[in-house]
Design a protein around this ligand. Sequence first.
Ligand SMILES: [Zn+2]
Length: 299
Amino acid sequence: MKYLSIILTVAAIAFSARAGGLNIVTTTSDLGSIAAAVAGDHAKVESICTGKEDPHHLQARPKYIMMARNADLWIRTGMELEIGWEMPVIDGSRNSNIRPGQPGHLDASTNIEKLDIPDAGTISRALGDVHAQGNPHYLTDPLNARLVARDIAERLAQLDPANAEAYRANAAAFQQRIDERIPEWTRAMAAFENQSIVTYHKSWIYFAKRFGMPIAIELEPKPGVPPSPAHLNQVVQTVQQQKIGVILQEPWYSKKPAQLVAGKTGARIVVAPIATGGDPAATDYFSLIDLIIQRLGGK
Ligand SMILES: [Zn+2]
């Protein structure tokens, strides 16, 4: 019944006219920022997530279905990040061009060197292990954003051959900007070289690996499982033993568990966006990374 009402709502809204050029819809706003840089003037880019929502848990709303309906290219993070809502949105859109396996569907994780792939047999979603295909938060590493820009350019070149060279040139310019910023970001993060931190969710491991910042423990006992009192006791012990100074978390998580640990240890709580748009200062991929490092206290 709910599904039917979504379809009727979509049918009731007039088929919106195409403005010329490709329509790209990305699941997350950080993918949207990279896609916009690569597409330049040749495509319109919209993102389902604005950077303010937890992308693990989103409701498939009629608004998202309308966005998908007019898409020529759908780009997802993949690795099951959007597993709860991607197919309800695509199914609802009845846009066969953007179904998985079609040229209009791009899984940005395809060529990523994936971290945290669990051993077969140990995966249990019932236990809240939300990352059965490995950790999907790879865009926190700027070199992964660099790689995704290339993959987006190649797919756009396939869908719109007339502008293939423009897409490749835009991707090269994005890659050059990343290359120029990496030494600066690395210098700013040098203070964390031997300074472990705590994070709420296991969403910062690619960032931590790139910039040499060890992560001692998460507030969640397992990805997707809310912090329990017993686990938080363990976190407090770890923070005290390793003299950890920072607890890092995304804006959508409750601050109560971090406050409990901070109250007992004096650690500082850092709330930072993990995607473009998650903070007014994070207007694109570069200012996002700038802001994360600034919030952490990188100099
Ligand atoms: Zn996650």
